[in-house]
Design a protein around this ligand. Structure first.
Ligand code: CA
Length: 456
């Protein structure tokens, strides 16, 4: 038998969850995503050199997950899993799409139905702000995937300050115009702050109707372009890359604060469930952004914990306990069923959905673990991993399989593959069974094109 996770939910300072006097009908859902943020790079994760007071306050007002995961160790597939509630390899979304508005393969397959489409049917106003990265052809764009109001850019990244707008394909992606509802607009503010202002405006305008806002910041993804004023506040950080990254994280925190303030001032705190997490772990090394994932091993682009074990928060004042810590593993796949439950909408039955509604687990109504197993696959199987209770199985092609006990080895330092052969075989069997349900990558992605992107 595998070791059972200790302690599911600890309520600090509160003996029980607080239930509202009357259940809120169709609460708002605010889904805040950061991009390539390091596991260690938030105050509530123990960070000392980058103050993040607004995100810390959000975490303190809700539940902080010690084992929160996304479904992929890099951008686009992680977002595809998040918005469909399905392991994205079930529909072949395993690469970052190549940015080309004329390419009708490179994007989240149109056979999938996204969360905003269901929420819109349930009476929600649906909005997207920020980074899309799920395909550039018209049929892949957010307006075609259930979002009623849109503001942002379609590619995988963007400059933050003083970019030269380019509309030709060769310049593209990081320099394309920012668009509101598909129409180019001029942005003069730092892009992260502009996204915060836009989010605050959305929250205020829709105070009288249920809404879903997917606020997908590209910060602190490269390029690192903080404002000079903010950069000057971090002069104590010696490493120049880390200094810019810190300033960019600080701007992200400000932008989140702008939206949370609008939520509070418009009286919507207690009828809004807020999610916050990063789309993947921080990228390390020469092409990284200066992030730190410690104590996790490795980072973006690997199936070690640093790739997809991320800072993860849920907050819903008055319904979920403030200051709660949750230890059982949860997944970004859980956003989809949790959101549909809030909307009073049934789960679709035409396809397999892989997440669970977290609310019964977080209010204490269900004390079991939400997931018996979680899986990851990258690049058509070149890296594959499974977590079952505290054990983590990893197989990187052309290398021996690895096994770690995250219960006492979160940093994946002590490979147990040669010792715990029963567990190794058990997890290998589970991951092979899961893998047999998946299809090969449906589009070649960046790696399959000869022309390099305009930016890394
Ligand atoms: Ca990312």
């Amino acid at each position: 038998m595998l070791k059972t996770c200790a302690l599911s939910l600890v309520l600090l300072g509160l003996g029980t969850s607080i239930l509202p006097a009357e259940p809120v009908a169709k609460p708002n859902i605010l889904l805040i995503l950061s991009d390539d943020q390091g596991y260690a790079d938030l105050g509530f994760q123990g960070c000392k050199d980058i103050p993040t007071p607004h995100l810390d306050r959000l975490a303190g007002a809700g539940i902080h997950f010690n084992n929160g995961y996304v479904t992929h160790p890099f951008c686009s597939p992680s977002r595809a899993g998040l918005l469909t509630g399905r392991y994205q390899q079930r529909f072949g979304h395993e690469q970052n799409p190549y940015y080309d508005p004329n390419d009708h393969r490179e994007g989240l397959p149109v056979t999938e139905t996204l969360l905003p489409q269901y929420l819109r049917q349930a009476g929600y106003i649906t909005g997207w702000i920020g980074k899309w990265h799920l395909g550039a052809a018209p049929e892949f764009r957010p307006q075609a995937r259930g979002f009623m109001e849109t503001f942002g850019f379609i590619g995988g990244g963007h400059h933050y300050l003083n970019w030269q707008v380019e509309t030709n394909l060769d310049g593209r992606e990081y320099n394309v115009p920012i668009e509101r509802n598909g129409v180019p607009v001029t942005v003069t503010n730092h892009l992260t702050l502009a996204f915060g202002d836009e989010g605050a405006d959305f929250v205020r305008r829709h105070r009288d109707q249920p809404w879903f806002l997917y606020l997908a910041f590209n910060a602190p993804h490269t390029p690192l372009e903080p404002t000079p004023e903010r950069l000057a506040k971090f002069k104590a950080i010696a490493d120049p890359k880390r200094r810019k990254y810190a300033a960019q994280v600080s701007l992200l925190d400000d932008a989140v604060g702008t939206v949370l303030t609008a939520l509070h001032e418009s009286g919507q705190d207690q009828r809004t469930l807020v999610f916050f997490f990063s789309d993947n772990g921080g990228p390390l090394g020469a092409t990284g952004n200066g992030s730190i994932n410690l104590p996790l091993r490795a980072g973006k682009g690997t199936v070690y914990e640093g790739g997809m074990h991320v800072p993860f928060v849920m907050s819903w004042p008055g319904t979920l306990p403030a200051g709660g810590e949750y230890n059982y593993p949860v997944s970004s796949l859980d956003v989809f069923p949790t959101a549909l439950a809030l909307a009073g909408a049934p789960m679709p039955t035409d396809k397999i959905h892989d997440g669970v509604n977290l609310l019964p687990y977080l209010t204490g109504a269900n004390t079991n673990a939400p997931h018996d197993e979680l899986f990851w696959r990258m690049n058509g199987g070149r890296q594959i991993a499974a977590r079952v209770e505290d054990f983590k199985y990893i197989h990187i092609r052309n290398q021996p399989a690895e096994l770690y006990n995250l219960g006492n080895d979160l940093s994946e330092k002590n490979d147990l593959a040669g010792v715990k052969t029963n567990e190794l075989n058990q997890l290998e069997g589970k991951v092979n069974k899961w893998n047999s349900q998946l299809i090969p990558p449906a589009f070649p992605g960046l790696a399959g094109h000869s022309k390099p992107p305009a930016e890394p």
